[in-house]
Write a protein that binds this ligand. Structure first.
Ligand code: SF4
Length: 411
């Protein structure tokens, strides 16, 4: 028996033509390598017996929720973070909880990949759905990203017929091998190259005497600018050139370039993120508070000041006395600065996890169902379209949204 198509949350493409063949072994069809790994890993976690813990000892769900409530009630500055792997309704529930306990809420445990958010606030974004890009674009530029590796079915989804594909990156990536043109650009030249492209697109005369010091040459940039302007409809899919900075000037220039190109043709941009449903978390917090992440409710009203109230900053400055963290990967935990890690080990932590947990010092650990495996819920595609994820197996794990609402109602 074949169940109706389900959606894969293995990457932000959210392919919705995945089929689950219901036999002794669940066989998932139409997924790429990344999607197959996602389903295998999460089905394995879902098959394990459910285990909640309080103080390192096995506990019932009710007592784990009671302990979580006590921790939040006794805290004067709780931090709620790690929303990347939660569905939209669970993210909304965490925001309501953070507001109720007058805490700080952040989408992630760390600030990696946040560099383009400040450009978004400054310049906005010109974007479109995957379907519009597939149907209308004649040129696709991949800027410092490698979708063949990270979003394997994206090229198929965007369609290659009648489109030219250009890859700009520091090294010949897997995507570069499938492109019509590869332009090698060292990371440290990305910003300067974009400034020059902006100038060429604007037909401004500029002093190019400094260009001799660069690997990229004027002719390549000039012909690229001509190609961008002469495309009927172009799209740039981008990654960050600086993942850890608070502000990435190259992403800022890229946003400006897309805006400038729209004075001459139609051009859109899509960010190829690798942080699960984090884009949705930013949307949820922005709808609710007016700010996309790192929002503080200590004075009842939302306060935002760049990364001041980010989870990493609040932990590093020891400005929280309890933490509730959603399902995170070990990598997220490893990216925390040392000072933040030290404080995280000192304060009571409530960890919601779809696996066996990554925070060894967590006082309360609650195993929750994963959307797309044993829970339903919406995830946000890379073009900001929300798609429903189906439940494909039944387990005893509670849905994250129910756990968060129970903690909120009892707090
Ligand atoms: S491209 Fe992404 S969403 Fe599509 S099947 Fe692969 S991992 Fe899943």
């Amino acid at each position: 028996m074949i169940k109706p198509s389900v959606t894969c949350p293995g990457c932000t493409c959210l392919c919705d033509d995945i089929e689950v063949v219901d036999s002794d072994k669940l066989k998932i069809v139409n997924t790429c390598r990344v999607g197959s790994e996602w389903f295998s890993r999460n089905l394995l976690d879902a098959a394990n017996p459910v285990k909640h813990q309080v103080d390192g000892k096995t506990a019932t769900l009710e007592s784990a929720i009671d302990s979580a409530r006590d921790i939040l009630q006794n805290a004067s500055a709780p931090l709620v973070c790690g929303l990347e792997n939660l569905s939209v309704d669970a993210q909304q529930a965490t925001w309501k909880l953070a507001e109720a306990v007058r805490g700080t809420i952040d989408t992630s445990l760390h600030c990696r990949g946040r560099a383009s958010m400040f450009s978004l606030q400054k310049h906005g974004k010109v974007t479109a759905t995957i379907g519009e890009v597939a149907n209308r674009s004649s040129l696709i530029v991949f800027w410092f990203c490698d979708p063949v590796k990270t979003h394997p079915r994206l090229l198929e989804r965007l369609g290659r017929d009648g489109k030219r594909v250009i890859v700009i990156d520091a090294a010949a990536t897997a995507t570069a091998k499938e492109a019509d043109q590869f332009i090698r650009l060292p990371v440290h030249e990305a910003n300067a190259a974009l400034m020059l492209l902006n100038a060429f697109v604007n037909d401004k005369s500029i002093d190019l005497s400094g260009l001799a010091a660069y690997e990229i040459d004027e002719d390549t940039l000039q012909s690229l600018a001509t190609e961008l302007v002469s495309s009927n409809y172009g799209a740039v899919c981008y990654g960050h050139t600086d993942h850890d900075s608070q502000f990435d000037p190259a992403t800022d220039q890229l946003a400006l370039l897309v805006r400038t190109l729209n004075l001459k043709t139609r051009f859109v941009s899509l960010s190829l993120r690798q942080d699960g449903n984090a884009q949705s978390a930013e949307n949820v917090i922005a709808w609710s508070s007016g700010f996309p992440f790192a929002v503080n409710y200590a004075r009842s009203m939302p306060r935002f000041n760049g990364n001041e109230f980010s989870a990493a900053s609040v932990l590093s400055k020891a400005e929280c006395d309890a933490v509730l963290v959603g399902p995170i990967d070990a990598n997220d935990f490893d990216r925390l600065p040392e000072l933040a890690l030290a404080h995280l080990n000192r304060v009571p932590v409530i960890e919601l996890t779809t696996g066996s947990g990554v925070i060894e010092t967590a006082k309360v650990m609650i195993q929750v169902a994963a959307a797309g495996i044993d829970a339903v819920g919406d995830f946000c595609r890379l073009d900001d379209v929300a798609l429903p994820l189906a439940r494909i197996v039944t387990t005893n794990r509670p849905a994250a949204v129910d756990v968060i609402r129970s903690i909120h109602e009892s707090a």
